[in-house]
Design a protein around this ligand. Structure first.
Ligand SMILES: [Zn+2]
Ligand SMILES: [Zn+2]
Length: 277
């Protein structure tokens, strides 16, 4: 065995040992399928979720993809409804891949979102990037054949970055840009001190515009900008990013998330803070 072979083999063997393939939701059971970069989901009836999920998580995750939007009646991966905060920022279509129900912490979808927060969960990050790149591809944003597209992301606050050792959306967005063949930009900073989820909806909307800032050197001028987030709840943080990108001279702007909460219809937004009951 040549030195070169050993040195290319060892890191992979070590990675397999340290990070054996596990279900991207429960992180316990092994997924049933072979490890592959070709994860197929969304509207593909032949999708085999067992490539990345264990059997029970595959079953449960499918439910979160098939949830019907209460406003438009379409399934989660086809719904384009934008919450009010995004509409106020000029975004009429907001895209996501599945529904995230706050009250269901044990659901596969919730566990998947949680498993992303530790950015070292590379197979979860990889799967998220595949979901987003496919959602972007089938959305037809920017007239279907976009050029000069830059992918960026809504940033976590400093407290969460410290807590989880990084911003998982940065890792996911970098990989999504690679799969889409687009440029990547780390365009925004979040200087919020408190934890956003502890705030009420009203406070969130009014604090987001003050805590998100455009980073120096974020080259968005004249570009078609796609802003990614993990979950769209009120849309306040994404809305603040959209406004900043617009002010920076972005050509067109689109937003994509892994999930929307079940609260993105007006009657639910009116209900204010708190989980899904
Ligand atoms: Zn599982
Ligand atoms: Zn909808």
């Amino acid at each position: 065995m040549s030195g070169k072979t050993i040195f290319s083999f060892l890191p992979r063997a070590a990675a397999e040992y340290l990070y054996p393939a596990r279900c991207v939701c429960c992180r316990k059971s092994k997924p049933k399928g072979k490890p592959t970069s070709e994860y197929i989901l969304l509207d593909d009836p032949d999708a085999d979720l067992r490539q990345v999920f264990c059997d029970s998580c595959a079953e449960d995750f499918k439910k979160s993809c098939d949830t019907v939007c209460r406003r438009c009646g379409r399934r989660a991966y086809a719904c384009e409804c934008a919450p009010d905060a995004l509409r106020a920022a000029g975004i009429r279509r907001a895209f996501a891949c599945f529904t995230y129900e706050k009250g269901h912490r044990d659901s596969a979808a919730s566990q998947f979102i949680y498993s992303l927060k530790g950015t070292e969960n590379r197979d979860s990050v990889n799967f998220a990037a595949h979901l987003l790149s496919k959602r972007i591809a089938i959305s037809g944003v920017f007239g279907g054949a976009p050029t000069d597209v830059v992918l960026t992301f809504a940033p976590r606050g400093a407290k969460n970055i410290r807590k989880y050792g990084g911003d998982h959306m940065k890792a996911i967005t970098e990989l999504t840009a690679k799969y889409c063949g687009c440029a990547f930009a780390d365009a925004f900073a979040n200087i919020a001190r408190g934890e956003q989820k502890k705030r009420g909806l009203y406070e969130r909307e009014h604090s987001a515009s003050e805590s998100i800032m455009l980073k120096d050197g974020a080259a968005l001028t004249g570009k078609n900008v796609i802003i990614l987030d993990d979950i769209i709840t009120s849309g306040a943080t994404l809305g603040a990013c959209v406004t900043l990108a617009h002010d920076a001279g972005a050509a067109q702007i689109a937003v994509f998330a892994l999930a929307k909460t079940g609260r993105h219809s007006p009657r639910n937004v009116d209900a204010g803070g708190g989980g899904e009951k």
